[in-house]
Design a binder for this molecule. Structure first.
Ligand code: BDP
Length: 686
């Protein structure tokens, strides 16, 4: 197995699951026409052919103007509310097929049992989509449930709809084919071949995204957007957008704020300049004429050297609104990143909050502020970004990073769903994990009051390697991100298990080992890299491997020593009221909880406090001894992953077994290096 098929391998089932799949695919009718419907029919055919091991030939795409001569006894009927029309009012199953009117919502209606007395189409399994994307999600849900053995009960109805309106991948792909922070080969997008040659891989990418419910894709890097809006490039974008649209995915672009100067020949990019506004309006007209379902723009402005409104003495709201107004007539969304720092704050962690909380309420309705999960930069663990507690009148998206820039990149197997859930479930009203609370991050982000736009984004880990993401296990994080974006209530366990069954098959021993490797892997990584709230002590620039002593380079806030602040007295960054007061950016009770060394959760201790070396922690050990213990635990965690894998490697095809073993060996060597570098380094201060 090369890994190319990801979690859509559709391996032949056995036993009861096989019998069920065979029964279900007897005759499949898909009602509708057009590219999405054709894709739905093709996926059902592909899925059932794989799952049953026999070529399924009975998938028929039926024009909505139903011709009675085609009447037979289908086993699956799939369509949208619109394409099924009258069929779901009365003549079909007892349910009216209502999918609660929400966009992208689907319903699966299971056939009744044989005694139910229904004949004809009532014996069919119905997949009904509120709209075309919904039908795609319904079909993938069905295929997933058959594969994992979780079909709803006979006669029951199951409905699904997404928690967030926008579920996006952000690609940091450059036009020269490289990927910023990409660890899985080159970019998927072959710009030099487009638009004439449209690689098949775009379709498989879109299928994979759609299978987990993703519906937006930003094609290019926020740092490589100077020329994307040139007309020739837009025609290339259109070719990709057409493929993605067939799977319910809208295309977005990262744009450079100075585009009117770089490609438009103007001498300013001032957001209040009429010519600049006009330029953007015309550019948007051009884009939408080519790509009518274009999603919108993502902008990194006044951050790490990217141009922005500051050059003209304008603020972020003025910059964002100008672009939003050019997109608004077409229904486009403007996503503006909150990743800003380096404008005179003593603590980098505080900048985004101070900048954007002051502008709450000033952004247009089609603007969104996209905020990284933590206030620094995708560290192995960060406390939640305080800005999520504060934007009351501004749309905001969560930004996660799937690509493991700071977590061992393409080499370390680290399952990230537990990290994302820790952030999403965080409750500002208690400082604990409580997703149900109205003040939890997830409640705040998904609350649709006043027609807000809701969404979640993540920086992709996808490249053109055979496994797509760097190893056979790395696609799990793409999968898990999509599943959580659809339903943040899913557990990390459930997601890992369904991924493993779809990827490796249903051998219980293999699944059990995958779970034992994956579930603790994030804590293991934190232990061998940055325990107890340490952060940003990686090697400079590429961020792989330890360099806690790094004290050079151009910026103070890129140095390891800036973050850990080790000295004779202790270790950690004092962000409490005796330090930079970053803890005061959190609402109570979090502000007090984090602000005191006595109440601060140990996982964030060195993030918020400068802690004396001899302070006793909850284990009874001193800070220094606890640090050493954590690094050791991290290393033995990886040793454990290897011995688990060895238990089942013979039950897995040799190619994948070997490839995973090799990655684990690298991970172990790296974990040891982290321990061997960091423990003596920190001890040297005592
Ligand atoms: C940092 C990356 C850098 C990105 C930046 C960003 O090191 O490559 O450009 O984030 O998010 O994590 O813009």
């Amino acid at each position: 197995c090369s890994g190319y098929d990801l979690w859509m391998a559709y391996n032949r089932l056995s036993g009861e699951r096989l019998a069920m799949a065979e029964d279900l695919c007897r005759e499949i009718h898909v009602y509708g026409e057009g590219p999405v419907m054709a894709n739905v029919a093709a996926e059902l055919e592909r899925g059932f052919s794989g799952l049953t091991g026999e070529k399924v030939k009975t998938v028929r795409l039926i024009n909505s103007q139903r011709n009675d001569s085609t009447r037979s006894r289908p086993s699956i009927i799939a369509g949208t509310k619109h394409s099924l029309g009258e069929m779901i009012q009365g003549t079909g199953p007892e349910s009216d097929g209502s999918v609660n009117g929400k966009p992208e919502a689907f319903t699966l209606i299971m056939p009744g049992n044989s005694e139910s007395g229904h004949g004809g189409e009532s014996d069919a399994l119905w997949v009904i989509g509120e709209d075309e994307p919904a039908l795609i999600y319904g079909v993938f849900e069905l295929l997933r449930r058959i594969t994992t053995g979780h079909l709803p009960e006979p006669g029951s109805t199951y409905s699904g709809s997404p928690a967030f309106n926008w579920r996006m991948l952000n690609h940091w792909d450059n036009f020269d084919g490289t990927i910023e922070r990409g660890y899985a080969g080159k970019s998927l997008w072959k710009w030099h071949e487009l638009p004439d040659r449209v690689d098949n891989r775009y379709t498989d990418y879109a299928r994979a995204c759609a299978s987990v419910g993703l519906n937006g894709s930003v094609l290019n890097n926020v740092n490589d957007a100077q020329t994307v809006l040139q007309s020739g490039n837009l025609r290339k974008v259109k070719a990709i957008a057409q493929v993605l649209a067939g799977w319910g995915i809208r295309t977005f672009l990262s744009v450079n704020f100075a585009s009117p100067m770089i490609i438009g020949g103007l001498d300013t990019a001032d957001p209040l300049d009429p010519e600049v506004r006009q330029w953007w309006m015309e550019k948007c007209d051009e884009i939408y004429a080519l790509i009518p379902d274009f999603g919108g723009f993502l902008v990194k402005a006044d951050s790490e050297g990217q141009p922005g409104p500051f050059s003209y003495n304008r603020n972020h709201a003025q910059g964002a609104n100008m672009l939003a107004r050019a997109l608004a007539p077409h229904g486009g969304v403007l996503i503006w990143r909150a990743f800003v720092y380096g404008h005179g704050e003593a603590d980098r962690a505080k900048t985004a909050y101070s900048t954007f909380s002051a502008l709450d309420g000033e952004f247009d309705d089609n603007c969104v502020i996209q905020i990284k999960n933590g206030a620094i930069d995708f560290q192995p663990r960060e406390p939640v970004h305080p800005l999520f507690s504060h934007l009351h009148s501004t749309n905001s998206f969560m930004e996660f990073q799937i690509t493991q820039e700071y977590l061992g990149q393409g080499n370390h197997i680290v399952y990230l769903a537990p990290m994302w859930k820790e952030i999403l479930d965080f409750d500002f009203a208690s400082g604990l994990s409580n997703p149900e609370s109205p003040s939890s991050v997830v409640s705040r982000l998904t609350n649709e009051r006043n027609g807000r736009i809701t969404g979640i984004a993540a920086v992709s880990n996808i490249g053109d390697e055979e496994t797509w993401c760097g190893s056979h296990f790395h696609p799990l994080n793409w999968y898990a991100y999509g599943r959580l974006a659809w339903n943040p209530g899913l557990s990390s366990e459930a997601i890992a298990e369904e991924w493993a069954v779809q990827t490796f098959g249903s051998d219980e021993k293999v699944i059990d080992v995958c779970m034992r490797m994956l579930l603790p892997s994030w804590e293991t990584c934190i232990n061998y890299m940055t325990p107890l709230g340490l952060h940003h002590i990686m090697k400079e620039g590429h961020h792989y491997g330890p360099d806690p002593g790094f004290d050079g380079g151009e910026r103070e806030d890129w140095r390891s020593t800036y973050y850990h602040r080790a000295d004779r007295k202790g270790l950690g960054f004092d962000r409490s009221p005796t330090g930079t007061k970053a803890t005061e950016q959190y609402p109570e009770p979090c502000s007090s909880l984090f602000g005191s060394m006595d109440t601060c959760p140990e996982k964030y201790l060195l993030w918020f406090h400068h802690v004396p070396w001899d302070r006793k922690l909850s284990s009874g050990r001193t800070l220094m001894d606890e640090i050493e213990e954590r690094y050791k635990t991290g290393v033995s965690g990886v040793e454990g992953m290897i011995s688990h894998w060895d238990e089942v490697s013979e039950r897995i095809d040799p190619q994948r077994a070997r490839a995973v073993r090799e990655k684990l060996e690298i991970q172990l060597a790296d974990a040891r290096e982290w321990m061997e570098v960091c423990v003596p380094y920190f001890r040297s201060f005592k």
